[in-house]
Design a protein. Structure first.
Length: 642
């Protein structure tokens, strides 16, 4: 769509600013034809008194992509009808509309467009936003101000003559306020004023218009990543690769001792007991397949995190547990594993009579699956060293991220891998006997406990409606497991229970379709602290400005380590008394469901997982506490000189 405007008149961008309305077009097209969204050109800013608008003057082309039907033949004509409305303004504003019809002939070969049309499109191309080559962040600057910071090579007083930020959403900034900017070597800073809908802790899309030393203006598309605590403390720099790798390996190794992994340790313990008396090759392969499962899961998780982030969504370690659907599926899976360990049904029992070779393959598949499961249940926890490694890795190039996640997987798999590489360790176990069956059955109870805990997490996310669906599914899981076991033992002519079990699985899948989305208001995770304030970047900045020390606890219902820390340390009388003595304000953020403000807070510290604790002494830089707390760690932090 092409608009020619009289001198001093202008029309509007998709965010018109304080006044106006963007152009809108509705098309009537032949079957099979489609028209894409407007590829909005970069706008200018017009200030008239106390009002600022974003738009265009003189002449502007709004490009749209037309996809034609595949069955068009030379000689056909493609009829396009468009009904458009727009607003033009000078001292007064006039809404206008029109209906336009265009017939395009279909030719066997492309014909060059008229020179005037080519010139119009070439001019339009110069206003199309380019890919942002620099890093951009947005942070509160105090007193209703925002700081837009651009870091990158090529930014200097010689290459930047002016800069202007155009937010894509209305109300993010005060449109008429002056945008003061300065540029130093490699850093461009714009000072903005908050608008009516400003959320400094949320990502904000928009354009950055930069006029270079030669007077040429270019528009860069950007997705402004928040730096919620930049006003309160400095953001740690990313770690070098060798340090990321070391921290990742150590963090993965320590992860074996974290509460999240206890359920899978039960499965591993039963598997280790079963290797007593096995030949060395079987033991070695079991360890290798377990390691392969762990590495596969870590690679899949790394690729998922990178893919989601490439799509513009800020996520972190354990992000899948913020989905009620995933939590429900994990609950059912843990219940099914528990029923298997209890002997209700067997996995692969039909292969038992097909020889030792197939039985060995089954064992390898079990080791691989155990490795996968270990990673899945480990993600709600963050071990020491892991937070810095994950945060730096996800901010680094993709190859670095993959290396870090692989080394983290090696750390998690190392104990079982060593057991496989040195089978003599397994030979020290007691000889096989009835005790192995009893141990296997006992290991079912950590699975049941995990399923119960996941139900509690689900209640925090989806409330009673989600609980009803999960409980109905749990009953169905039990029924399917019993029918599967009945079929394996030849009951009901064997094929009837198997068919019913398959039907039960179909119904179980259907239940996931009616699982309610997360409820708008979520109960606070963990221990209810009467003196804890809900986290917000604005409140944190205000407390810092008042000179008060602040302790920030980022938690979630699915983070077992978080809950353990709260029950054993943060809720203790010693810590509570220390908070009162030192006048510490306790803030708590709940990440049970996805919260962009908390994600931004974690990213500002180069962290992507929970638990996370930060103490802000009055008038000093924030201190990051370790993920596993003791009373002395917390009280010593509070006692530091203010």
């Amino acid at each position: 769509m092409r608009q020619r405007l009289a001198p001093h008149w202008h029309t509007y961008w998709k965010n018109p600013g304080d006044a106006g309305s963007p152009p809108h077009v509705d098309f009537t097209l032949p079957q099979g034809a489609t028209v894409g969204e407007i590829a909005w050109p970069g706008p200018d800013r017009f200030i008239i008194g106390p009002v600022a608008s974003y738009g265009y003057e003189n002449e502007i082309v709004f490009p749209m992509t037309l996809t034609v039907p595949r069955d068009l033949q030379p000689g056909d004509r493609l009829a396009i009808e468009a009904k458009a409305d727009w607003v033009v303004c000078e001292k007064e504003c006039i809404p206008e509309e029109g209906t336009f019809r265009l017939e395009l002939p279909v030719a066997a070969a492309a014909q060059p467009a008229a020179a005037e049309v080519l010139a119009a499109f070439e001019t339009a191309d110069t206003r199309q936003p380019q890919v942002m080559p620099w890093q951009v962040s947005l942070s509160p600057a105090g007193n209703g101000g925002l700081q837009l910071r651009v870091d990158g090579e090529g930014l200097s007083a010689q290459t930047v003559r002016s800069a202007l930020y155009f937010p894509e959403d209305w109300g993010v900034v005060d449109h008429v306020a002056e945008q003061e900017w300065k540029v130093e070597e490699g850093v461009l800073t714009l000072m903005l004023r908050e608008g009516q809908n400003a959320v400094p802790t949320a990502a904000s899309a928009g354009l950055l218009a930069v006029t270079d030393g030669g007077g040429t203006r270019r528009w860069f598309a950007l997705d402004v990543q928040p730096a919620a605590t930049a006003a309160a403390g400095s953001v740690p720099a990313a770690l070098p690769l060798w340090q990321m790798a070391l921290f990742a390996f150590l963090g993965g190794l320590i992860l074996n001792l974290m509460p999240c992994v206890f359920p899978v340790l039960a499965i591993k313990a039963a598997a280790v007991a079963g290797m007593s008396g096995s030949d060395r090759r079987a033991v070695r392969l079991s360890g290798l397949f377990y390691t392969l499962g762990v590495l596969t899961a870590f690679l899949a998780l790394a690729l998922a995190l990178l893919a989601v982030r490439a799509g513009g969504t800020a996520v972190g370690w354990g992000f899948q547990f913020q989905s009620p659907l995933f939590v429900t599926a994990m609950c059912w899976l843990m219940l099914a594993i528990g029923l298997n360990l209890s002997g209700v049904f067997e996995i692969g029992a039909s292969l038992a009579g097909r020889g030792q070779h197939l039985a060995t393959r089954q064992g390898h598949a079990g080791s691989f699956f155990t490795g996968l499961l270990a990673v899945v249940v480990a993600t709600p926890c963050t071990a020491p060293f892991m937070g810095a490694a994950i945060g730096s890795a996800l901010a680094a190039p993709a190859l670095y991220s993959l290396v870090v996640f692989i080394l983290m997987g090696l750390g998690l798999a190392l104990p079982f891998l060593l057991l496989g590489l040195f089978p003599a360790l397994a030979q020290r176990l007691p000889r096989p006997g009835v005790w192995m069956l009893r141990l296997r059955q006992a290991m079912a109870f950590p699975m049941y406990a995990t399923a119960a805990w996941l139900l509690w997490v689900l209640v925090q996310q989806a409330g009673e409606p989600g609980l009803r669906v999960a409980l109905a599914g749990a009953v169905l899981v039990g029924l399917v497991a019993w029918l599967a076991g009945l079929g394996q033992h030849g009951g009901w002519r064997a094929w009837w229970p198997r068919g019913l079990a398959l039907a039960g699985l179909v119904v179980l899948l259907g239940l996931t379709l009616v699982l309610p989305a997360q409820q708008a208001e979520v109960a606070s995770a963990g221990v209810k602290a009467a003196d804890a304030e809900p986290y917000s970047a604005e409140r944190l900045a205000a407390l810092r400005a008042e000179g008060k020390p602040v302790f920030v606890n980022m938690t979630a219902a699915w983070c077992i380590t978080c809950l353990v820390n709260e029950r054993t340390t943060l809720s203790s009388g010693v810590v509570q008394q220390a908070m009162k003595e030192h006048g510490v304000v306790y803030m708590k953020g709940d990440w049970t469901n996805r919260d962009p403000a908390i994600t931004a807070f974690l990213h500002s510290f180069q962290r992507d997982g929970l638990p996370f604790y930060a103490f802000y002494p009055a008038g000093a830089e924030p201190l990051v506490l370790p993920p596993v707390l003791t009373q002395s760690i917390v009280t010593d932090a509070f006692a530091q000189p203010q």
